[in-house]
Design a binder for this molecule. Structure first.
Ligand code: GFP
Length: 824
């Protein structure tokens, strides 16, 4: 399809020429980084043609566009993924090989763009990939953070954070679009006047600070269809014209302030997950990218349309969590103050344009801004929020006369705070959860009052992942094998992967499937040897838990169980035990103490266990440093067991669970998030389920929890493990190192409930499930069937399916065909 433009000789010449023009070097003199840049520019040149063609096709079709607003886009490396989607990976690999260049080595030169923390940001990246592949017009809108997610180093077992200066060498795929810059204003005061001509109220912001938002566009290449959508991320710069003015008047201070604000605003991504920190700068970031994106969106609309009241016919805004929900009052402001609509007209447009996705029920994640901060920083926006709230509460009081409890729960402004989730639900036309169970919990527990009032707004969109990155790119051996067996239709239609099902009874096919798993385990073992200096046996069970470190995800349960196994092996050396390699990868938010202690604990247990010769290497523990998209691809491909062990009800969906499944790793998990749907697809016999149900957890929570001491005093093996946290076994004799963790399980003195995440409650059931994993693994035939079935049943979990559902129920977009752009 892209054949001609990736014709080997042409491509080789382009690379050589780029090395020359960029670096004044010949190809033999160039460093791998320089070759990476040169190759990327050669690829970008081809992309640009299709990018032009796509935008032209959209314009001609006057297509409706989704604006996916997100504070995070965890894209991962672009080069390999772009080549896969351009169906040119093989050609380019060969062309480079002829120049003695290894594409894999070149790919490793690309920094891993990490403008996101975890699931929410990676979901946004998968969605963009699917939107392009499915021919839907879309923009991703976000922030071009100068520093992405921190790089994690492990020193002496502790996490150390280092800045991620991902732009150091320049980003070859981005385009700076200075001509679309927009001004964004903060603070000051609002003066109100009557327009002498029209008699309308006008609101004028005075004494504000402002920055200029500069867009950078990154291409999002669809698979084999010439579609290239745009991820638009905003950089900030001071408004220099104003600055000169200020200098002239000697107001040096003000000018420097503007300069600093611009620098600060896009400096760092907040390293938080499921936790909200009420930092002023964070609110500035939110308003900054939302205001700029909406201004650009309206300007684009107005190029072809004169009636702004019909905006919703051509655009839809999806707000990824509460972070972008300031879009609601900002759109109102633009429509009223800039476009001259009255309140009712503006409200009709806004409420038909905005939709909201909820990603968590964790109370501490819901954003609530102090009113004094909010109104000081965004004075006009605050006025609008007040008015939305006032009008909404009239409705509530009319529906529930005398019920002030309802008012308290549902108001936007309450107890000195602006509740962003409430605003999003009230103002948007759609509210969705990210897995069936999660949506049910939203409807019947967390957002019950809203569901009662607006049942029509609520819907479920079970998350998905892109098989292009997590199978085609991440696991080329398996991808090739699947294509040989059932054709390559699965790449754009994952439901076709079900055609593998008959192979479950084909011994030869199963053997091949397991051989590929083995090769991927060897590849990971090499990575581990190189990065951790640890030898692991690829014949052992690779049991993997990789995700952000959070108490509700219960890495702690996993490591406690490993400590328990270690005790067992030591005590009963004769006991039969199938060798296991436990692999962890996780970053902890920098200020999250317990999470950081858990990392230290994992590494300390690893030190003791890995160096104990008496256990004959039966147990190995590996902590993968700096878990990120690129090493994630290796991990999913090599995993035997997928650990999805969150406290039921806490993990809204999970998406790692789907990536493991796709790569043939059965789930060891609780009935939480999308695990429930995974089990539904693959069957209970092909997963290992344990623990309290979400209803049981919720019931305990409603009755003040449970008493972990009852378990502690009645299960001496578990008691011993817990005591080992305090006796120095894993702390070189230090008795205090894990005191916090210990207390989180047992402490009955402190006011907080002990063992909030039901670790002790679920421990035995987890240990049982782990035993079943071992039994199943010993039975090669059974295991290979199970592994292959997991892959074969993963069809539902493509983000292509998720996107089609968003389109059908929420966005109402049309597919646009794009001719090849090679004639530009
Ligand atoms: C959040 C939720 C996850 C969910 C993702 C994507 O992830 O359960 O799968 O969003 O919807 F917690 P994090 O950003 O917290 O990783």
């Amino acid at each position: 399809m892209y054949g001609k433009r990736f014709e080997k000789e042409t491509f080789k010449t382009a690379v050589k020429d780029n090395v020359k023009t960029l670096y004044r070097k010949t190809i033999d003199e160039a460093t791998p980084q320089q070759i990476f840049q040169a190759v990327s520019y050669a690829v970008k040149e081809v992309i640009i043609d299709d990018w032009l063609a796509t935008q032209k096709a959209y314009d001609e079709a006057d297509a409706k566009t989704v604006y996916y607003m997100s504070m995070e886009f965890l894209m991962g490396r672009a080069l390999g993924n772009n080549l896969i989607n351009m169906t040119a990976y093989g050609e380019v690999k060969e062309a480079l090989a002829e120049m003695n260049i290894d594409l894999n080595v070149i790919e490793d030169e690309e920094p891993d763009p990490a403008l996101g923390n975890g699931g929410l940001g990676r979901l946004a990246a998968c969605f963009l990939d699917s939107l392009s592949t499915l021919n839907y017009p879309a923009y991703g809108c976000g922030i071009r953070y100068r520093y992405g997610m921190f790089k994690q180093k492990i020193e002496n077992g502790y996490q150390v954070e280092e800045p991620d200066n991902w732009l150091k060498e320049g980003n070859p795929f981005e385009l700076r679009r200075e001509e679309y810059a927009k001004e964004v204003r903060f603070g000051g005061n609002i003066r109100f006047e009557k327009d002498p001509e029209t008699g309308k109220d006008i609101f004028i912001q005075e004494n504000y600070e402002s920055v200029l938002a500069i867009p950078y566009d990154m291409p999002i290449v669809g698979y084999g269809n010439h579609v290239v959508n745009t991820l638009r991320v905003w950089d900030a710069k001071a408004i220099t014209d104003f600055q000169l003015d200020e200098f002239d008047r000697g107001n040096y201070h003000k000018a420097v302030e503007q300069e600093n604000l611009a620098k600060l605003i896009v400096d760092v991504l907040y390293p938080n997950d499921n936790h909200y920190s009420g930092k002023e700068l964070r609110l500035k970031q939110q308003y900054f990218f939302i205001s700029a994106s909406l201004q650009a969106m309206i300007a684009k609309y107005k190029k072809r349309h004169s009636d702004i009241r019909k905006l919703y016919e051509k655009v839809v805004i999806q707000m990824n969590d509460t972070h972008p929900t300031v879009a609601v009052p900002e759109l109102m402001r633009l429509l009223i103050d800039e476009e001259g609509l009255n309140w009712e007209e503006a409200w009709e447009v806004t409420s038909k344009t905005c939709a909201y996705t909820n990603h968590t029920i964790m109370a501490e994640a819901l954003e609530k801004w102090p009113i004094d901060l909010f109104s000081r920083l965004l004075p006009r926006i605050y006025q609008i929020v007040q008015e939305i709230d006032r009008r909404f509460l009239i409705q509530v009081r009319a529906k529930y006369p005398g019920n002030e409890e309802k008012v308290k729960k549902m108001a936007i402004l309450m107890d000195g705070q602006v509740r962003m989730a409430n605003m999003a639900i009230i103002s948007g036309f759609s509210v969705n959860g990210v897995a069936k169970l999660h949506t049910e919990i939203l409807k019947h527990q967390e957002l019950k009052d809203f569901y009662e009032m607006f049942p029509e707004k609520f819907n479920n969109k079970t998350n998905g992942i892109t098989q292009r990155r997590f199978l085609a790119h991440g696991n080329p051996l398996l991808a090739g094998w699947i294509t040989d067996r059932i054709g390559d239709g699965w790449i754009t239609d994952l439901s076709k992967i079900a055609n593998l099902k008959p192979l479950v009874n084909d011994e030869q096919a199963r053997r091949e499937f397991m051989q590929i798993k083995y090769k991927n385990k060897v590849r990971l073992a090499e990575y581990i040897k190189k990065h951790n200096g640890i030898e692991v046996d690829p014949r052992s069970i690779f049991d993997v838990q990789v995700k952000r470190l959070h108490e509700y995800k219960r890495q702690f349960l996993n490591i406690l169980h490993i400590m328990y196994l270690y005790n067992q092996i030591k005590e009963h050396p004769e006991m039969s035990f199938y060798p296991r390699t436990f692999i962890f990868g996780a970053k902890a938010a920098a200020g999250y103490q317990r999470a950081k202690e858990t990392i230290k604990l994992i590494n300390s247990v690893a030190d003791v266990v890995n160096n104990d010769r008496s256990i004959n290497g039966k147990l190995k523990i590996v902590f993968i440093e700096d878990y990120r998209v690129s090493n994630a691809e290796l991990l999913f491909a090599a995993a035997d067991v997928s650990e999805q062990i969150s406290t039921a009800s806490k993990e809204a969906s999970g998406t790692g669970n789907m990536k493991f499944m796709l790569n043939g790793a059965p789930t060891l998990g609780t009935m939480d998030g999308a695990n429930v749907e995974i089990v539904q697809e693959v069957g209970e016999d092909n997963a290992f389920i344990f623990g309290l149900s979400s209803q049981e957890v919720i019931d305990y929570e409603n009755h003040g929890g449970y008493n972990p001491l009852d378990i502690y005093f009645n299960d001496w093996e578990l008691k011993r493990v817990i005591d080992q946290l305090m006796d120095g076994t894993y702390a070189n004799g230090d008795h205090d190192m894990y005191k916090n963790l210990y207390n989180s399980l047992l402490n009955t003195q402190c006011t907080a409930r002990p063992d909030v995440y039901f670790i002790l409650k679920d421990f035995r059931s987890y240990a049982e499930a782990q035993k079943k994993v071992e039994q199943a693994y010993r039975d090669e035939q059974r295991w290979s069937k199970m592994a292959l079935l997991n892959t074969a049943c993963s069809g539902k979990f493509s983000s292509d399916r998720t996107i089609e559902e968003y389109v059908e129920d929420i966005w109402k977009l049309e597919k646009i065909q794009v001719p090849s752009g090679q004639f530009f």
